[in-house]
Ligand binder design. Structure first.
Ligand code: ATP
Ligand code: ATP
Ligand code: CA
Length: 217
């Protein structure tokens, strides 16, 4: 269980802090707006009304003891940067920051933070990929154009085997597992036959995955 500080409890910050709580962590939430803090207070370990650019306020809240901080004051460049500088001076190693503009990103990368997040762009790309490949439920990029994807088996390819599905790309795609209701099948053989509503998890190159896409939907 970790201890996290979430600074800025707008839509992004509040969603992140609630999910951290759900995952079993302790979360100190900070926002300058009392109304916002009151709305979420009973769902966090501690929620405080404070100006995150005020060093004493952050120290009083014991932010120094946190393992990681998420700074989610996207709209205010000044508050975001000042807060990040304070957190760095308090020696918090893991600082993740939501950025909303190019200059914001540039400054953050110069100061050096663990991760810069662009929710609108990242989500926009995810949505485009889902629109383009609706059968892909989830995917993860693992670098070098390699992906792990979870595919929902529809009527179109029920009854076909893994060997048929992957025929010309079997060297570029590895079937990792199939989930059928509550059962997980590992070490999938080429003869494994897919059924409707199976979740198939594959790892492979983007090009190979694109090749089999028309077969799936
Ligand atoms: P959203 O996640 O809703 O898209 P956003 O990235 O657009 O948020 P803002 O709405 O500007 O960013 O700020 C998020 C939250 O941060 C707001 O609830 C705001 O009250 C809070 N905030 C802004 N400045 C400060 C500050 N100096 N100290 C603490 N909280 C602040
Ligand atoms: P972002 O993705 O940047 O967070 P947002 O969800 O906060 O955007 P807005 O910035 O209000 O939403 O609007 C997004 C875009 O939609 C803007 O570029 C705006 O010009 C455009 N837009 C707003 N109203 C209309 C409209 N009636 N017709 C067409 N485009 C519109
Ligand atoms: Ca916003």
């Amino acid at each position: 269980m970790g201890q996290f500080a979430v600074i800025g409890l707008g839509r992004f910050g509040s969603a992140a802090s609630l999910e951290l709580m759900r995952l079993g962590h302790s979360v100190i939430g900070v926002d300058i707006n009392a109304k916002i803090v009151n709305q979420i207070a009973d769902q966090l370990t501690l929620a405080a009304v404070a100006d995150a650019t005020d060093e004493h306020a952050l120290k009083d809240l014991n932010i120094t003891a946190c393992d990681a901080a998420l700074v989610a004051m996207g709209e205010s460049l000044e508050a975001s940067i000042l807060c990040v500088l304070l957190l760095k001076s308090m020696d918090i190693k893991e600082i993740w920051v939501k950025a909303t503009s190019k200059p914001h990103h540039t400054i953050l990368s110069r100061i050096g933070v663990s991760r810069i997040i662009h929710p609108e762009e990242e989500m926009g790309m995810k949505v485009a990929q889902s629109l383009s490949y609706p059968m892909v439920n989830q995917y993860m990029s693992i670098g070098h154009s390699l992906y792990v994807v979870e595919i929902k088996i529809t009527e179109k390819c029920q009854g076909i085997s893994i060997a048929e599905l992957l025929k010309e790309v079997k060297d570029s795609i590895d079937p990792l597992l199939v989930r059928r209701k509550k059962t997980i099948f590992k070490r999938i053989e080429p003869s494994f036959t897919l059924e409707m509503d199976d979740s198939l998890v594959l790892a492979g190159s983007l090009n190979a995955l694109k090749t089999i896409a028309p077969r799936l939907a």
